[in-house]
Design a protein around this ligand. Sequence first.
Ligand SMILES: Nc1ncnc2c1ncn2[C@@H]1O[C@H](COP(=O)(O)OP(=O)(O)O)[C@@H](O)[C@H]1O
Ligand SMILES: C[C@@H]1O[C@H](OP(=O)(O)O)[C@@H](O)[C@H](O)[C@@H]1O
Length: 596
Amino acid sequence: MSWEQLLMRLDQEAELVSRRALFFHQAQGKLRRVLLEHRDCSLLPLIRSAVNEGYQEAVLSTLDQVASVAADPGVAARALACIADVLGCMAKGDGGLRSGPAANQEWAPAFQQLERGNIAEGVKELAKERREWLGRPALLVRAARHYEGAEQILIRQAVMSACRFISVGQEEPPPIGHWVLVECPARIDVSGGWSDTPPITYEHGGAVVDVAILVDGRRPIGARARRIAEPELRLVSASGMLEGEVVLELVCQDLEDLQDYCQPHAPGALLKAAFICTQIVTLASQKPLRTQLLECSGGGFEVHSWSSLPHGSGLGTSSILAGAVMAALYRAAGKSTNAESLIHAVLHLEQVLTTGGGWQDQVGGLVPGIKIGRSKAQLPLKVEVEQIPVLEGFPQTLNKHLLLIYTGKTRLARNMLQDVLRNWYARLPAIVQNADALVSNAEQCAQAFRQGNLPLLGECLTRYWQQKKCMAPGCEPLAVRRMMDALQPYVYGQSLAGAGGGGFLYILTKEPSQKDVIQQILAKTEGLGNFSIHTVEVDTAGFSLQLVGSNPKARGDTGSGGHNRSREGLQQGPGLCALPGNVQTAADSSQPPTLA
Ligand SMILES: Nc1ncnc2c1ncn2[C@@H]1O[C@H](COP(=O)(O)OP(=O)(O)O)[C@@H](O)[C@H]1O
Ligand SMILES: C[C@@H]1O[C@H](OP(=O)(O)O)[C@@H](O)[C@H](O)[C@@H]1O
């Protein structure tokens, strides 16, 4: 029989249908393997073609099944992210923005199941609800958003695994009315940022080199806490002294006053979340707040927090502040802790607060000097920090070559974070390669520090900025590009701090002591924001925790000499480097305070 005769007898349509079915049957197997075996392989092309060929239901049910049987919430979260992509593809570019609220009450029962840790039940409820949202693009996009909301719950549970590395001991609480003062440096990230961000940090593994810094000779971030006789919580926070101070004061007398702890923009949310994470207050309790406080500490607490950095600085403020507040609260409540515990406690707090950052900010500000933090591609999420040994005199050399430039532009990282997560979950090949490159650049950067090699450090920094731009396009506003172009001939390397988008630029100058030169260059450059230049010093002492008696003026005004000051070191955690400089006990209290 000839080929033509054969073709005439063949039901080509049926043949195509069966081949398509076979292809998508294989595809379902691939989906399962990639997700359950944690492979860094993009499923987006497969999802797109399944939707184009009308096989979305088969793909959706495979993803439901993977999410239900996954051994850990991290895998289940990735499966839900894939479902969001399927729904997004089904909307075919219509239906509005993927980013937006995910608070429709119809999805609440599913969310509640997931919150309770019943992943299989939650996934079933989600799938049931999903059927009502397939009718038109606007509904599909809203359903995709709710799947991303559900994914966030599971990421939170995955990150919460870090709580097992928080250890808290007992110690004598300071007397009622006596302040515990904590002051912290800011941080600059010199390489590896984004690899610390969940889920990347526990799916890929992360490494970040951070430097603890004084800005214009001061530790810009701090908190103080004390017990008070009244069984209530008094919260005071001040921020933004570079731009004018904003002070917020509020008093919580009932558990209800703390309910907005998970809304990052609600007044005092960070301080409220700190009371919950240190377990001084339990929200899900029958006992009223005053009873809890009386039983726990014989009265209430007053806590003040401050940052002299402008909002959206990129210098790690909110995470470092969270660490400072929790350190002060723990100590005021008669509990001892250590830097390793605080690093993990901040991860917990940021999940509770729903800001969901990575770990590099608190590693940068809570561990002194120059160090590399690492996390493995596994759960439970554990951060290990290694101090990078540098040549004698190198920190002083670095101080002369580093400058901070406030770009005059506030940045908001939230959208950036969402895009980074979406691209990572889609395992876009460029993003996966970039994650590998971030980690290897961090190891090379650590090596440059060990050698004291400034040009090599500059190369790492330049590469890092390219990598950040790949991870979060849009992190380089035009005014910042102009600024960086103007500075290019004078620097070994430069980068915006943290996620970028505005905030502070830090530069490693070729020549030492270049503040005036840089000022003149920028003054001549057109189209810049309202910039200002600040000195940087490596903070080799790290954050300090002091008992400062009852002097209310002891608020972080470095060198102001509060009465009865005594400096304490945090106990050292097993996996952590030494914390030189901040180990000073009550016996040293006769020494004049040497802060900042
Ligand atoms: N004094 C303060 N008390 C409590 N929270 C503060 C204070 N100052 C700043 N914050 C919190 O820190 C956040 C600023 O952090 P962010 O802009 O993310 O800093 P960075 O860009 O340095 O990481 C604010 O949104 C606010 O929640
Ligand atoms: C590059 C990014 O920096 C962030 O810091 P922010 O600027 O958002 O404070 C970290 O919190 C993220 O995890 C990521 O590493």
